[in-house]
Design a protein around this ligand. Sequence first.
Ligand code: CDP
Length: 218
Amino acid sequence: HDLVVAIDGPSGSGKSTVARRVAAALGLRYLDTGAMYRAVTWWALEQDVDLADVERVAQLARELPLQQGLDPADPTVAVGGIDIAAAIRSSRISAAVSAVATNLGVRAELVARQQAVARAGGVVVEGRDITTVVAPDAPVRVLLTADEQVRLSRRALEVHGSADASAVDATRDQVVRRDADDATVASFHEAADGVDVVDSSLLSLDETVAAVLKLVEA
Ligand code: CDP
């Protein structure tokens, strides 16, 4: 079908996993917009481009030969034929991505690409500004939140394979700083008018997916 589901949320809210599961359940495609900002970041660092050179980085975004697979069972990301799915999750990219995401020229280009996918319909689009900027008219718009402590534990488990105190500490600095940097462009902690909030702090993954699917049916 041509349904568009928009999902926003901060780091560790579980939005990627939830968005993929929702897309699979509904037979929709899946667009990870964070992967696009990460891909521009990867490409810029690969070419030793100074991220503070906003014009140059915006130009790179416009020229980015991105190939993104939209199958929720196998969401691939490649640039110029190079598989970068794993590389864009590195802490090097995570630490640099906000500098690219706050570049308005980059945002203009990536938002336009994302809107082209949304216009075609039949997709779950996930990110930070999907409910507000990319697809404000989507029939289903969800802000996925979770308490900071829960988000840090989830992210620590993802990145360090453990959610013990030292892993959570290592994660805290990165996540809190990136959230603060990101907040200058998209205020993703507050739901815009008409956006449904799903707080996953006390929910399992299955329960969170079910809560979003219920909003789709409503
Ligand atoms: O690690 P996490 O899942 O939180 O991040 P992500 O969804 O992969 O997004 C990585 C970064 O891309 C974010 O920290 C933002 O800087 C940026 N981003 C954005 O600005 N707008 C979006 N729609 C998606 C991501």
